[in-house]
Design a protein around this ligand. Sequence first.
Ligand code: ATP
Ligand code: MG
Length: 903
Amino acid sequence: MRRSAAPSQLQGNSFKKVKFIPPGRSNPSPDEEITKMSPDVKLLQVAANKNTFLQLQNNTQICSLNLPTDGSAREINHGHNYNGKHCLEASVMATLDPPHTVHSAPKEITVPKRQEEEEPDSLVKYFSVVWCKASKKKHKKWEGDAVLIVKGKSFTLKDLEGKDIGRGLAYKFKELEKIEEGHRVMIGGKEVEVMGIISPDDFNSGRCFQLGGGSLAISSSSQAAKKCFSNPFKSVCKPSSKENRPNGFQDCKPRHDPHAQNNNHQWMFNKNCSPIVDVVIDPYLVYHLRPHQKEGILFLYECVMGMRVNGRCGAILADEMGLGKTLQCISLIWTLQCQGPYGGKPVIKKTLIVTPGSLVNNWRKEFQKWLGSERIKIFPVDQDHKVEEFIKSPFYSVLIISYEMLLRSLDQIKNVKFDLLICDEGHRLKNSAIKTTTALISLSCEKRIILTGTPVQNDLQEFFALIDFVNPGILGSLSSYRKIYEEPIILSRQPSASEEEKELGEKRAAELTCLTGLFILRRTQEVINKYLPPKIENVVFCRPGALQIELYRKLLNSQAVRFCLQGLLGNSPHLICIGALKKLCNHPCLLFNSIKGKECSSTWDENEERSLYEGLVNVFPADYNPLMFTEEESGKLQVLLKLLAVIRELRPTEKVVLVSNYTQTLNILQEVCRRHGYAFTRLDGQTPVSQRQQIVDGFNSKYSSDFIFLLSSKAGGVGLNLIGGSHLILYDIDWNPATDIQAMSRVWRDGQKHPVHIYRLLTTGTIEEKIYQRQISKQDLSGAVVDLTKTSEHIQFSVEELKNLFTLHESSHCVTHDLLDCECTGDKDHTGDSLEKVPISRNCQLGPHHQKSSSLKPLSMSQLKQWKHFSGDHLNLTDPFLERIRENVSFFFQNITNQSTVI
Ligand SMILES: Nc1ncnc2c1ncn2[C@@H]1O[C@H](COP(=O)(O)OP(=O)(O)OP(=O)(O)O)[C@@H](O)[C@H]1O
Ligand SMILES: [Mg+2]
């Protein structure tokens, strides 16, 4: 029989194909490769083996990067530093349950119930097959590889993208048991020939689809990290034919020693057979590097050099905020720009760093901080420094540009040959359709790094986009990824999932984590905790003012709210109601402004906003002037003022970062600063990008007289260092815990000299408490919230939830505490069991075994219970700041991290 054009004939069947050869690259036959192995290369290996191979040394002065040329180097890299760890590290990123969209899962088998009962599970078998349309032709022209699942008496045929392409029933039971290679079956109009057996493990993990899908160039199994330096020829078998497989497929032996020295990297990158030299990081930098940063640089080096995944040069560094991703990249750039493993020749000449506009100058400053101005010539693009200048001058090696400017200068940038591309805050590339992503994809640079402090596995499709950006095609096409990974994983997380579906989903998730863990690294804040001062976090429940309560009641009685509670959510009136309540919590004058603004507006939506605001204006005093607002009208504002006063008094040299999500609220806070003579500076969405760094530097400077930094968290939170402030007050709460966490991370980071105090202000019994509960309750950590781009518009509310949201709890000191099932009455310091005893539960797209605690994760209810907590009436408050504000506070939660750190 001739099997012309069947893919299997060219490369062996799907699970026998050569591994580690990325799609698109030629896949030379093993024999060809072996004959190419020149004596020179062997000599070179000997030379290489004599080299002191590259390890991260404990000596802070020397940090050299490994070049994997022999087995020992392999062990150092992956046995010691990363083996298995990456799967673990990568897993830490995942935080959330599956997104709300539920995809229909591929149904493996549909067998009538009665049959299923008769057939034992052990009869599920998997085969790799080739298929073609049924015909009477003698010489078959096979059309493709596929996976055949035989369960009981039923067949399912899946193509290598995971799609069902055929189903069948019948066959006698005994015959089914005998299926082996060479066997032919007819399924749904297709003729199928069995090529080999697939182990359940290979099927469950999805590996049997990978290579044939033209996707993964990575070794199989959880040992992937270790194997990525193994011989690329190791899995090679001759195309299947009965002659050379006398004992059946499973006895098939590799033709070449899988443990032989790996020269693959050299084959690809050292064609001139240059001598191998150690790549050593500048001791000037090493002196400052933290251990996790040394590890991170080694990781980035291995990724961009194509050492972790053969021929793939992308990486995602997803360290939590403040871990010094910038310094790690600067070290990498400086190292690669000066040297390389082959003949010492530099690996890169030009680097492109794309970053949010507000951070262009931060990058410049960091380069200056760590390398001074002489070593490396960087070119930050701003109004006065255009890309043309960079292009014309051979002087500069690093171009730093904002995402917006990149789009405008794309044509010019495309003409420059960049060897390394770094995308800071790169989670924005999670949408492959947006212009920025397509622009960056169009750049030919192979070595790509995404930096992000935000977890990247919240949404499996966004995850795919990020992975596909750094290592294009590594997960195959989006459609095959969906079938093989996303759908089974999501399905397995549904409450209705069967055991089988759960197992499959978990295995696929584990496999995906392992594969991507080779080039994703995430470390949590804990690795730098020991370098940081203590952090005292407080959740402060502020009693609402009398006017606030009256207006709140009135709003809840409005027709608009009643409509919402009847489930009439057509034009999203609930969002308008929520917005009004939130404004009221910040200050009644904001609500007043909205009412007046709408009265004058011709676009006032008759049905919704009018019915919400009806009669409200009468609750305000007749001569109410929002510009003359008083501080007593808002519970939170009163607390804020007392807090500012006590900070000023007790810590006269310390500064405060005051955060709100709303510009209008910042206006009020600014007015309050003015009234009380507090010097302030402000950064919000309107602040020109060119001025942002200056404002930040000004505040951080010890010579600055500014006491307060007014920050709009959404506008400018990401990436900023505000270590000049040691008190951070979150004036309002966002639905999305990530926004708040981002803001909080601005002050508690490397370089902070003082103990950090964080105050989160919530109005007792109101919607703010509900949002907080939603943030921290496990159930609500689902897809919609932990992502900076998601807002309340993305959250679906049931009528029940709205009922709860639209309730004012006037008699409670703290509804959140009431919900904790805590026995205490809040009359003394109360802390539950030690925090360690409480399992920290995090929901993760990639499964339960990928969970790890982290200080930057949203709290869970059970964790909150472990915080010290007490009511405002508590007599002996030891914290002098809390003591001063207690009068307006009904309840406190407090947690101290790093209490023992000596600063
Ligand atoms: N080894 C170090 N020693 C001292 N300071 C350091 C070190 N590494 C980084 N820093 C400082 O820590 C601060 C935070 O670093 P960086 O801005 O790079 O964090 P990041 O990981 O990018 O965080 P984000 O996700 O918030 O952007 C910077 O001021 C940086 O200079
Ligand atoms: Mg950063």
